[in-house]
Design a protein around this ligand. Structure first.
Ligand SMILES: Cc1cc2nc3c(=O)[nH]c(=O)nc-3n(C[C@H](O)[C@H](O)[C@H](O)COP(=O)(O)OP(=O)(O)OC[C@H]3O[C@@H](n4cnc5c(N)ncnc54)[C@H](O)[C@@H]3O)c2cc1C
Length: 392
């Protein structure tokens, strides 16, 4: 029997690859192996679900078995791949060893953990999966009915700011602690950071800049955690959410001898350093990347790059050599207090931010070419028009 195409991981990268592959090849067996349930959900919906009152189960857009049937794939859920043998072309799971024709690594990324001390340090939560969100949601429920429900967020990046907005809108008191000096510093010009901070402060969010969480201890009272900041301040909180960033999940690839840098290194055809083994999504480091969204090596941990990569990868799996080329991929920041669209320039592009109108910032390089933009508030409607102005 023909060995299947094996896809490891059932996030957006895994499922989108399967879907794109099935458009080109309806007969080759495909085996999808995933450590989670395999239910299909849009991960971006995790950071704007609370204000909408959505329960974790309501975020599943298609249950795993329905996805598997629709895509004609064999699904092995709740199964972790523990090893890859690229010479023998096999993978290992607790169920045994399985040969592959081609292998796709779509294993995503893991939240970065910083050392926090204290007897309740293990109660610091991160949200990078539906399961994580369910745990966070369940924890928040234990404060239902209390008058002052305070959630402290570590990190004022994209995910931290989105959760700050969502929690504040859902009725929580929110504090954001960040060692830097401004919101979304990696993506926004200073004035836009300031506008976002003001909009979130108007919802009651309080920012603590230039400091970090040092200890988290159990405490009595409604807010059951006592948090100490490096600056010496002490805050009582019901929950602490860490949103300080993600690190590509490369352990499996590294153990298999694949080339790994900040993430799994792939060429323009999404192939890793081993023949027949491919990677995409939050665990991949692409050969080219189009913007400062790639600040971490050439990883692009966003949805649109996954869509483009999955299309190119599916063609390669189906036997048509296809190079991945990224278009401009603006990201919408889900902060309804001040919606933003960001398409920052490639890191190191010389130039400066120009502000031609309120709510519009354009990165103009030394030759006078526009290389990126940021739009705020009502100007987010200019997304298409601004995209057309950008030279990649
Ligand atoms: C809260 C939040 C909000 C976001 N909002 C946006 C947004 O608005 N716009 C945007 O563009 N991007 C957003 N992103 C980023 C985007 O969601 C991610 O880039 C994308 O979902 C990553 O998909 P993935 O399939 O690469 O990884 P994942 O979704 O992490 O999937 C990895 C899969 O691999 C499985 N797995 C891992 N190791 C193994 C193993 N050894 N064996 C078997 N299975 C394994 C896991 O179980 C999982 O199924 C957001 C991210 C977060 C966390």
């Amino acid at each position: 029997m023909m060995a299947p195409v094996i896809v490891i991981g059932a996030g957006l990268a895994g499922w989108t690859t399967v879907r794109e592959f099935r458009k080109l090849d309806t007969t080759t067996p495909v085996l999808l192996i995933t450590a989670d349930s395999g239910d299909f959900y849009a991960k971006p919906s995790l950071s704007n679900a609370l204000a909408q009152g959505k329960l974790p189960a309501q975020l599943v857009s298609t249950p795993a078995d329905k996805m598997a049937a629709a895509q004609n794939v064999t699904l092995l859920p709740h199964t972790r791949v523990s090893a890859i043998d690229t010479a023998a072309k096999t993978i290992t799971t607790p169920a045994g060893t399985q040969a592959y024709r081609q292998l796709v690594l779509a294993t995503g990324a893991q939240p970065i953990r910083v050392a926090v001390e204290g007897d309740a340090a293990d109660q610091v939560l991160s949200v990078n999966s539906l399961q994580d969100f369910a745990a966070f949601h369940a924890h928040l429920q234990t404060a239902t009915g209390q008058p002052d429900r305070h959630v402290l967020i570590m990190g004022a990046g994209l995910i931290g700011c989105e959760f700050a907005n969502d929690l504040a809108q859902a009725g929580y008191r929110v504090s954001v602690v960040d060692p830097g000096a401004r919101a979304l510093a990696a993506l926004l010009p200073e004035a836009a950071s300031g506008a976002l901070q003001q909009a979130l402060e108007a919802l009651g969010v309080r920012f603590y800049w230039g400091t970090t969480v040092r200890t988290v201890h159990a405490a009595s009272g409604a807010n059951g955690l006592a948090v100490t900041l490096a600056s010496g301040e002490e805050l009582a909180a019901h929950g602490v959410l860490s949103a300080i960033g993600l690190r590509a999940d490369t352990a499996l690839a590294q153990a298999a001898g694949l080339q790994v840098d900040r993430a799994i290194v792939v060429n323009t055809q999404l192939q890793t350093s081993a023949a027949g083994v491919y990677a995409l999504g939050d665990n991949a480091q692409y050969a080219s990347a189009a913007s400062a969204l790639s600040a971490h090596g050439s990883a692009l941990p966003y949805v649109m790059p996954i869509m483009a990569a999955a299309r190119a990868l599916a063609a390669n799996l189906a036997g048509t050599p296809t190079a991945l080329a990224f278009a401009l991929m603006p990201v919408s920041v889900k902060t309804p207090a001040l919606p933003l669209v960001v398409a920052p320039p490639q890191p190191g592009t010389p130039g400066q931010w120009d502000a031609p109108a309120p709510g519009i910032w354009q990165w103009i390089d030394d030759a006078g070419l526009q290389r990126g933009f940021v739009l705020a508030g009502a100007q987010t409607a200019q997304r298409m028009a601004q995209s057309k102005l950008v030279t990649l």
